[in-house]
Design a protein around this ligand. Structure first.
Ligand SMILES: *Cc1c(COP(=O)(O)O)cnc(C)c1O
Length: 401
């Protein structure tokens, strides 16, 4: 029987895990069938798994990676996430997590004014944040339906379904925004506006905020633009919403699972989405029960980089998207869907299929989306470490070849 304390507390094993992280080995041995009856020990397990974990995962910080809303994460979030795993605090139980609760409050207090909101909490993703918002809308305002554009994220339809609310999809206009002329009666509805649609990054007309019984802005992707001097005005009008969702594990460079649900009227909303319970010292607010201290890596990033540091990285991503789109627009054989509004560039080749074109490009450079039944190439500028000149060259070679 191995020493049981040793299996909880590392000797040199933790340093070795960091060495493996730096080396990112790729040569893989087959994993054993099933799970062994008697464990092989921690060090051997790290050696066995490292090549699989590092070798079979996309490198989101690669200079050619400009594909997904998942960003590379700064190393300070690796360090603080390790601290979190070591402590395993639970935000559900203040006694286990006094500092983590304070960290979350600090992060939320700093972020909410950018959106005109008053309070909020963190959760595992905008899927949960959107569900939380629609739940608050239903139980405080008695909304009777959920209205969003057909470019809204699937989590909105999911939330409507979970909450037992009818879901109304509104057609988009030529720009890909919810078409204001096609929105029916929303006096008893929750209107969901998207700030940065998942497929094309388009922002709905935020001047519509405040016109329904409840307005929720799904800013999962583009919300962090609010921190940028240069781009904040793209989200003007968001402060008229009743609730806002942002995924910090997208453009705030956080590891999963990190998102924010922000609310205008905290007392009203929290009364609807907060539950006491015999064993809980304080009420459980929101959808999740136990949840980790994802505020700590976020707080660490905000302190280490500052507002300007975050904004610089976002601005740089935005300019990469702009340069990419400008170059694409000069190519005769490429159709650019539109100039990117929030770092998402969508285009397709005219002389070959999107599939054939994509096969000429390195894996992980771009992703795809389907618009009006056509497959398009999609680039998301979430990786500030991308080499945009190299990427443009690769596209030019692929399309001219
Ligand atoms: C990514 C995304 C979501 C879902 O967020 P998760 O953090 O993945 O749960 C919701 N809405 C939009 C617009 C998104 O881009």
């Amino acid at each position: 029987m191995p020493n049981k304390n040793k299996s909880f507390l590392p000797g040199a094993g933790l340093e070795h895990s960091i060495e493996l992280l730096r080396e990112a080995p790729k040569v893989q041995e087959n994993l054993p069938d099933g799970i062994p009856n008697f464990g092989i020990g921690e060090l051997e397990t790290l050696e066995l798994l490292a090549p699989h974990v590092f070798g079979r995962a996309a490198r989101l910080d690669d200079s050619q990676a400009l594909a997904h809303m998942d960003p590379p994460t700064p190393w300070i979030t690796w360090a603080t996430t390790l601290w979190n795993a070591r402590l395993n605090q639970n935000l559900l139980h203040p006694a286990t997590a006094p500092f983590a609760i304070e960290a979350e409050k600090k992060v939320m207090d700093w972020l909410v004014p950018f959106y005109g909101m008053n309070e909020g909490h963190m959760c595992s993703g905008s899927t949960i944040a959107n569900l939380t918002a629609l739940w608050a809308a239903r139980d405080t305002k008695g909304i009777e339906k959920v209205v969003a554009s057909n470019a809204a994220h699937i989590s909105i339809e999911k939330a409507a379904k979970i909450l037992g609310l009818p879901y109304e999809q509104v057609a988009t206009n030529a720009k890909g925004q919810i078409d204001p002329n096609k929105i029916g009666d929303i006096s008893n509805a929750c209107l969901v506006l998207t700030a940065g649609t998942t497929a094309t990054g388009v922002i709905d007309l935020l001047s519509l905020a405040g016109q329904a019984k409840w307005t929720h802005v799904d800013a999962a992707w583009a919300g962090p633009l609010r921190l940028s001097q240069t781009h904040a005005q793209l989200l003007d009008g968001i402060d008229k919403a009743d609730s806002v969702a942002v995924s910090a594990h997208k453009w705030l460079f956080q590891p999963k699972d990190s998102a924010l649900i922000m609310l205008r009227d905290v007392d009203v909303a929290n009364s609807a989405i907060s539950f006491g319970g015999g064993y809980l010292a304080t009420p459980n607010v929101g959808v999740q029960g136990s949840r980790g201290a994802s505020a700590i890596p976020l707080l660490a990033t905000l302190i280490a980089w500052g507002k300007e540091g975050i904004a610089d990285r976002i601005d740089h991503s935005m300019s990469m998207a702009s340069v990419l789109a400008t170059e694409l627009s000069k190519e005769d054989n490429i159709s650019l869907w539109a100039m990117p509004e929030t770092g998402v560039t969508v285009f397709r080749p005219l002389t070959m299929s999107t599939e054939a074109f994509s096969q000429r490009l390195p894996d992980g450079m771009f992703s795809h989306c389907v618009l009006d039944g056509e497959k398009w190439v999609r680039s998301v500028a979430a990786n500030p470490l991308a080499d945009i000149d190299k990427i443009i060259l690769a596209v030019q070679e692929a399309v001219r070849r």
